[in-house]
Structures are given as C-alpha cells and as structure tokens.
Design a binder for this molecule. Structure first.
Ligand code: FAD
Length: 379
C-alpha cells in the first residue's frame, strides 16, 4: 500500500514515521521550499510522549526537553488559584508534560523520514479514481497512491474540497509568544490570569524560557514595528515577578503574534481514499496544549488502522470515527478554557477563581487524566 501525506508539520511527519514503522510506503508533499519552525516552545503531554516512545523517538525528545511535575494557575499578583496535579500524573503515567523548542521537535521528526519529503509541492486538489487517488500540485506534477492523508494545517486545501463553505472562527483574543534567555533558577512555571489577558511561563533547557501572553482584541490587529515589547509591558508590566523582567529581557524581533483561531468540529472528515489529520482535521485553540499532541495521536491510529483493516475506504472511515470521538470534546473544552481565562468582568472573574479554588484535586486530576492519560492510540 502507498500513502501520500500532504504537509510536513508535526502531524504529517509523525504520520509518515508511523506508517513506515507499520511497513507502509509513504511520500510527503510539502509546499514550502525549506522546512522551518517558528521560534517558540511546545508542550507535549503524556499522551503524545507515550506515542513518541512507541515510534522510538521518546528518549531523543526527552534529552532535549524539560519535564514538569509542578505548575500552577495564578492571579496577576502571583497568588495561587489552583495547583496542577502533575505529580500524580507522573506517578501514574511515568511522565506528565515536557517542553522543548519547536525547531528541535521538527528536526527530530523530519530526520526520520527525510528521504520521503518532497519540498516545493503545493497541493492544489485531488481526484478520486476507483483504484487510486491522485494529488495535483502547483508545480504541474501529480502523485498517485492508495490513500491521501491531508495534514496541511488549519487552512487545509483538502478539507476545503470536502467542506467549501466552512469558516475559521476567531476566538476573541490574540497571543504573543517568545523564547528568551533568562535565569531559570526558582522560576515559577504556569499561567497567570488577569482581566481579559493571560501570561504563561515555561522554562526550557539551556537557560531559555518560553513565554506566551494573550489579550482580548478585535481580529486582525498588529503591533507597530518595534512596538510589541512596549505594548506588552503596558499590558503586563505591573504583573508578578518575573513577568516584567522576562519581557524586558526579550528580543523584540523574537516576539511572535497570532490571533487565536479554531473551527467548529466536523462530524465527518474525509471520503473515499482521502482523510484528514492534525490541524486540518481538528484545529483547536492552544489552551490545553493539545493541538500537536492530538496530531501525534492521529498518526498512530491511522497507521494501525491502515495496517490491520481493509478495504482502505472502510479503514479510513473507522479511523475517522475513532478520532472524531476523541478530538471533538478536546476542541470544545479548549475553547471553554479560553473563554474562562479571558473573562473581563471583575465579579465573574472572582467567582471563577473561587470556584476553581474549591474544585477538589481529585476532580482536576480526573479531567486532566481523561485527556493526557488516553491510551487507545497505543498498540
Ligand atoms: C500560540 C500557540 C501555541 C500552541 N501550543 C501548543 C502546545 O504547547 N502543544 C501542542 O501540542 N500544540 C500547541 N499548539 C498547536 C500546534 O502548534 C498545532 O496543533 C500543530 O502545530 C499542528 O500541526 P499540523 O502538522 O497539523 O499542521 P501545521 O503545523 O499547520 O503544518 C501543516 C503543514 O502543511 C503545509 N501545507 C499547507 N498547505 C499545503 C498544501 N496545499 N500543499 C502542501 N503542503 C501544505 C504547511 O506548509 C505546513 O508545513 C499551539 C498553537 C498555537 C497557535
């Protein structure tokens, strides 16, 4: 069997690795001329770490990561609202969350399937035949295979061929992110919530810190050139230590900004010999740190299903059924966390913090475990 993967992001590369491991022939087609990742960190939760272990990449990824057993949700003055029960997750699952640089993750994933990647191949559409699927590319070439697995991100051309009228949804807030050199000794890890804005601090290896910040704004705003740091200091300069110092230590050009978007979950993803993976299938807000992790889960399930079921059309619908059921609640929960985190009304915020502070540790643990303790994608 031969599979064409569209897109060499986290989902596409992991899919290619998992398919090869299952003995399936795979080629990846990617539109850019050179693979590059944005200068930011990424958190991988236990569900993704165990998947990467199964692909033989776990130890290489751990070597480049910092592992977390404690984080907390705080107010803007630094007082703790709730601690995350990560120690409990570590003792149950062997790992809870690791953080590494996106470039390191991409380098590790792409190294395993380098020979299968065709750069400068922008997919423009596909045609289904009785015995094959044909992908067409902007450079005039075409590729034929038994299956087309589209991991071409939130603006997926393949998804739009199935669902042409569907829209991207703006979540109501924008996000900045940056990796900066900073003294990480005794650094607080976690997220702090203020009025319609949040700040997250995640120490990485090598004396680096990954931070992110959010703020409610109309869509499509941007910082004037050279003004991002100043704008962020106005928003977060009076927040608890080390937030102001972290911002001051950051390099202006290293600060990235994106509006946060997702899409409504779909009840079905593909048809015939074509399916979707990763952000092409279930784009979500980053509030649970699960977008990339779910793409990694998709990869393992798709490889297992394709190597154990036939015909391919039925195998793909079975894969989609499993993955729609798994990812839909995560997309929706991630949205809800964003709504709670971005509240502006002072009374609603006090009530939120009070309720969160009263939630029993066992309830928080159960909720977290339902996402990161998932095992169905493992063999
Ligand atoms: C601020 C922020 C923070 C986040 N933090 C986390 C986190 O901590 N943990 C986590 O797990 N997730 C996180 N995510 C989500 C995560 O980044 C995404 O879910 C993940 O990168 C999606 O990977 P993907 O491979 O599905 O898609 P993409 O990364 O979008 O890759 C798609 C690839 O397809 C290529 N492509 C697109 N169109 C075509 C075409 N027509 N033909 C050929 N190639 C094409 C693109 O060039 C790209 O290489 C975060 C997201 C944001 C915005």
């Amino acid at each position: 069997m031969k599979v064409i993967v569209i897109g060499a992001g986290i989902a596409g590369l992991t899919t290619a690795i998992a398919l090869r491991k299952a003995g399936i022939d795979v080629e990846i087609y990617e539109k850019v001329r050179e693979l590059r990742e944005v200068g930011a960190g990424i958190s991988l939760w236990a569900n993704a770490i165990r998947a990467l272990d199964q692909l033989g990449l776990g130890s290489a990824i751990r070597d480049r990561s910092v592992s977390y057993a404690r984080t907390a949700l705080r107010r803007s003055d630094g007082t703790v609202i709730i601690e995350s029960p990560l120690e409990e997750i570590v003792s149950r699952l062997g790992a809870a969350m690791i953080v590494l640089h996106r470039a390191e993750l991409m380098a590790l994933l792409s190294a395993s399937v380098q020979d299968a990647i065709h750069l400068d191949h922008e997919c423009t559409g596909f045609e289904q035949k009785d015995d094959a699927v044909v992908a067409r590319f902007a450079n005039g070439t075409a590729a034929r295979a038994d299956v087309l697995a589209a991991a071409d991100g939130i603006r997926s051309i393949v998804r739009s061929q199935f669902h042409p009228r569907e829209r991207i949804r703006y979540a109501g807030y924008t996000a900045w992110r940056c990796v900066t050199k900073f003294d990480t000794t005794r650094m607080l890890t976690g997220e702090s919530w203020g009025r319609g804005r949040r700040f997250g601090i995640v120490p990485m290896s090598g004396g680096l810190v990954y931070w992110f910040a959010t703020q409610n704004t109309p869509p499509g705003q941007s910082d004037r050139p050279g003004q991002a740091k100043q704008n962020l200091l106005e928003l977060f300069g009076s927040w608890h230590d080390p937030i102001p110092a972290l911002l001051k230590a950051s390099d202006e050009p290293a600060i990235l900004r994106n509006d946060i978007v997702d899409r409504d979950p779909l009840a079905s993803w593909g048809a015939g010999r074509v399916t979707l993976l990763g952000d092409a299938a279930h784009p979500m807000t980053p509030n649970l740190g699960q977008g990339g992790c779910q793409g990694i889960e998709d990869a393992l399930v798709l490889a297992r299903v394709l190597s154990s079921r036939s015909p391919v059309e039925a195998a793909l619908r079975f894969y989609e059924q499993q993955r729609v059921a798994r990812t839909t609640p995560i997309v929706l929960r991630s949205r809800q966390v964003g709504v709670l985190g971005q509240l502006e009304n002072p009374l609603a915020r006090r009530l939120r913090d009070f309720v969160l502070g009263c939630v029993a540790a066992s309830t928080t643990l159960r909720q977290l475990e339902s996402v990161v303790g998932y095992q169905e994608h493992l063999q």
